[in-house]
Design a protein around this ligand. Structure first.
Ligand SMILES: Cc1cc2nc3c(=O)[nH]c(=O)nc-3n(C[C@H](O)[C@H](O)[C@H](O)COP(=O)(O)OP(=O)(O)OC[C@H]3O[C@@H](n4cnc5c(N)ncnc54)[C@H](O)[C@@H]3O)c2cc1C
Length: 388
């Protein structure tokens, strides 16, 4: 790299999309001396980033390439400081909590994860404990007695998405980052040399910028298409049900192939989440909530008796190989992409923001980003939806 961070001071960056990825990257860009402006067609932090469960660990990370785990580790290491910093700056807690992750094992599981999970944990130095049936019950009495044992990662944490977004939004305000809501980007504006000169807006105006960052979540693929860039990002709808229990009823994040539970400190438990490739069809459906509660009845029967207090949904930005797109776009100087975070956008947000902001400001990334490049070769057997 020829440029350095100081060489790009004052760079105006149009950040397209005000989800956790766009907002946090804009905040970090501002700290490095850039002048980001967030362009959000609705309200910041009200799409996938708001809807997510806030589990700070990928679902079955052993299914992904090693480069993904390195990105995950990089990002998760930044979380405790981010949490402290947001608390200090804004007075808000994002409820970063190491509640641990438990995967119960059943004899008739469709996929047997134990071996791969243990190998992966050892390779990447993730502390894991193997539990027999009694040990499992001691740790998590709410689980079905049919479970034969389980795996416990005691250091896995969670965060509460809406609080994270609220705190980041306030940090953006304190950093005087411009945030334009109800402003839809429709295309790039290019100069005579084909370099990004700004973005075109739905109301016909143009916003001038030296660079643009496409961080429009599930909508990034459509917008990239208009820009003449192939970016196969598609929405994977996820529905979640919320039940209320006595605090401590569920102690850990519990994950099984068909369902997961995320206990909040106030006793509420998130039951998630469907994986639906139905395009952008909004709203919850009875059949899906019923399916989630049926899976709950099998894993933790007592929870299935609780009344569903609330339900919601969101669109995960899915990619064919399950990996995000991070980096510059070849042939479109000035255009950068940070999207396609699929089921992992909240856990990958600090890492994405740190890597992308420094990269855009001229520093070489501290991780090998080859597997996340925009023009990577895609597999013939798409991973979206895995594991079935
Ligand atoms: C049910 C569910 C559970 C999940 N659980 C977890 C979890 O436990 N852990 C985890 O890490 N991740 C989880 N995720 C995934 C995570 O929420 C996403 O990967 C992450 O939120 C993606 O963030 P984003 O900023 O890219 O997208 P979004 O939050 O969707 O933000 C994109 C923004 O771009 C805006 N936009 C789109 N087009 C335009 C345009 N043309 N102009 C201007 N603005 C535009 C949208 O309005 C939106 O606000 C979950 C997701 C769902 C739905």
């Amino acid at each position: 790299m020829t440029n350095s961070v100081s060489g790009r001071q004052g760079m105006r960056v149009a950040v397209i999309g005000g989800g956790i990825i766009g907002c946090l990257t804009a905040l970090y860009l501002a700290r490095l001396g850039a002048r980001p402006v967030i362009l959000e067609r609705g309200r910041t932090g009200h799409e996938s980033s708001w809807a997510g469960a806030g589990i700070l660990c990928p679902i079955h990370p052993w299914l992904y390439p090693d480069s993904f785990t390195r990105l995950v580790d990089f990002s998760l290491n930044l979380y405790p400081d981010l949490s402290d910093e947001l608390q200090r700056l804004t007075g808000m807690s994002i409820e970063w909590l190491q509640s641990g992750l438990l995967i119960p094992l059943f004899a008739d599981d469709a996929v047997h994860h134990r071996q791969h999970a243990l190998q992966w944990s050892q390779k990447f130095d993730w502390r894991v404990e193997e539990l027999d049936a009694d040990g499992l019950q001691r740790h998590e009495p709410v689980l079905s007695h049919h479970a034969t044992g389980g795996l416990l990662w005691p250091e896995v944490a969670q965060a509460r998405n809406p609080r994270l977004l609220k705190a980041v939004k306030q940090a953006l305000e304190l950093a005087a980052v411009e945030v334009l809501e109800q402003v839809e980007v429709t295309n790039l504006a290019l100069n005579a040399q084909g370099h990004v000169a700004g973005v075109c807006l739905a109301d016909g105006r143009q916003l001038d910028a030296d660079a643009a960052l496409l961080a429009a979540g599930s909508w990034s693929g459509e917008l990239a298409n208009v820009m003449g860039v192939s970016l196969p990002v598609e929405p994977v709808k996820g529905q979640i049900a919320l039940i209320r229990t006595d605090p401590g009823t569920v102690r850990h994040i519990i994950k099984h192939d068909d369902v997961y539970f995320v206990p909040r400190q106030d006793g509420r438990v998130l039951i998630g989440a469907s994986m639906e490739r139905v395009g952008f069809i909004e709203g919850n459906t009875e059949d899906i909530i019923h399916t989630l509660m049926q899976a709950t009845a099998r894993i933790a029967p007592a929870l299935a008796e609780a009344e569903v207090e609330h339900q919601w949904m969101g669109f995960r930005p899915g990619t064919p190989d399950g990996l995000p797109y991070l980096g510059p776009v070849a042939g479109r100087p000035g255009l950068w992409v940070a999207t396609g975070h699929y089921r992992n956008g909240v856990l990958l947000a600090p890492g994405t923001a740190e890597l992308m902001s420094r990269w855009m400001m001229g520093e070489s990334p501290s991780l090998d980003m080859h597997d996340f490049r925009v023009d990577r070769k895609l597999p013939n057997d798409p991973m979206i939806g895995l594991p079935e």
